[in-house]
Design a protein around this ligand. Structure first.
Ligand code: RIB
Ligand code: CA
Length: 306
C-alpha cells in the first residue's frame, strides 16, 4: 500500500503531542516533516516539544522545522493557561537535546507539493500562518495539495472567544488566505471536536510502565485540571487527536460542502468562521462525528504507542 505523504503543522501543545504520538506510529503515512509554529506556546517551546515527540516515539529522523514565530500581521496569542509554560502541562518540563533543521517552512511545503502533485496532505493543528505564507508566496501550488486538513474554527461555537476558535483567531488573516485559496480544505472544527468529551477516568487506560505511558497521562491529567478550572468542563477534549483520526476514519465524520470565510473585523467576531450560503463551496466542513468511535480510537492508538 502506497504511504500517504503528510506534512504536519503544529503548536505542541498537549493535544498536538497526543496527535503526533498517534501519527508517528501509523504505517499508512510517510511524515515528510513537522513544521512548528507559535500558538499554544512560543516557537522555541513548540519546536522543543515536537523534537521531544519524535525522540520519545523513536522517530528522530523526521525533519522538525521552525515555522513562524508570529502571525502574519498581529501579535502572537498564547494558550499557556491551558497547556502550561512548557506546553506539555504544568507538571511536565522536558528538554530535547536536538534542534530544528534550518529549512524555510513555506519553501518546504511548496517543494513537497511540486514533488508530489495531487498527493501531499497537510495536517494543520495550529495557526495557519505557514500554510498561508506558502500559498501566498507560491500561488501555483494551490491546486497541488491532495488536502489541507485544519483543526480549526467552529460554525456554531468558539473557545478562545465567544465566536472564534483558538487556531483561527490566532491568525485570522492567514486562515482567510487558506480557506479562500481554492485548495482542498477540510475543516475539523469545534462542531466536530467539542462533543468528543473523554471522561477523566479514561486517562488510566492510557497509562503504562514506560516513558510515554507516564508522560501522556501526566499531561492529560493537567489538561483535565485546566478544563475544569478554565472551561468548567469535567473531562478533556483532545482536539488535535480528534482531527488526526479524521485522516484515517473520514467515514466517522459528518461533512458538508460549504463556502467558509473568516471574520477580520476588530471586534468580538474576529476570527469567527462563517458560512456564505450562496457562494461556491471552498471547504469540506465537519459538522459532527461518531464521538464514541473517535474517542475509543484515540485511546486505542495511544495504548499502541505507550
Ligand atoms: O482550539 C483547539 C486548538 O487550539 C488545538 O489545536 C489546540 O492545540 C490549540 O492549538
Ligand atoms: Ca494545536
Amino acid at each position: 500500500m502506497e504511504k500517504r505523504p503528510l506534512i504536519i503543522c503544529t503548536d505542541p501543545g498537549i493535544d498536538d503531542f497526543v496527535a503526533l504520538s498517534m501519527l508517528l506510529h501509523r504505517p499508512d503515512f510517510e511524515i515528510l516533516g513537522i513544521i512548528c509554529i507559535s500558538g499554544n506556546v512560543g516557537l522555541d517551546i513548540t519546536v522543543n516539544n515536537a523534537l521531544l515527540a519524535c525522540e520519545l516515539n523513536g522517530r528522530e529522523g523526521i525533519p522538525v522545522i521552525a515555522g513562524s514565530a508570529k502571525p502574519l500581521c498581529r501579535p502572537a496569542r498564547t494558550a499557556c493557561n491551558i497547556h502550561g509554560k512548557s506546553g506539555l502541562g504544568e507538571s511536565v518540563e522536558r528538554y530535547s537535546k536536538r534542534s530544528a533543521q534550518k529549512l524555510d517552512a513555506a519553501a518546504f511545503i511548496a517543494d513537497a507539493t511540486r514533488r508530489l502533485p495531487g498527493k501531499l496532505e497537510v495536517l494543520s493543528l495550529g495557526p495557519l500562518t505557514d500554510v498561508a505564507i506558502a500559498i501566498d508566496r507560491y500561488p501555483e501550488i494551490r491546486s497541488l495539495f491532495r488536502s489541507i486538513t485544519v483543526m480549526g474554527g467552529g460554525i456554531h461555537l468558539g473557545n478562545a472567544t465567544k465566536y472564534a476558535e483558538f487556531n483561527i483567531v490566532s491568525d485570522p488573516e492567514a486562515a482567510q488566505i487558506v480557506y479562500t485559496s481554492g485548495s482542498p480544505v477540510v475543516m475539523v472544527g469545534l462542531d466536530a471536536t467539542q462533543p468528543c468529551l473523554i471522561p477523566r477516568s479514561r486517562i488510566a487506560e492510557m497509562k503504562a510502565d514506560s516513558e510515554l505511558g507516564n508522560l501522556i497521562p501526566a499531561m492529560l491529567a493537567d489538561y483535565a485540571d485546566v478544563y475544569r478550572s478554565v472551561h468548567g468542563i469535567e473531562g478533556l477534549i483532545i482536539h488535535d487527536a480528534i482531527c488526526a483520526v479524521s485522516l484515517w476514519h473520514p467515514e466517522w465524520f459528518q461533512t458538508e460542502k460549504q463556502h467558509v470565510e473568516i471574520m477580520l473585523t476588530e471586534d468580538d467576531h474576529l476570527g469567527q468562521t462563517y458560512i456564505l450560503e450562496n457562494e461556491k463551496p471552498n471547504c469540506t466542513v465537519c459538522m459532527g462525528c461518531d464521538t464514541e468511535k473517535v474517542n475509543d480510537e484515540i485511546i486505542k492508538a495511544v495504548q499502541a504507542v505507550i
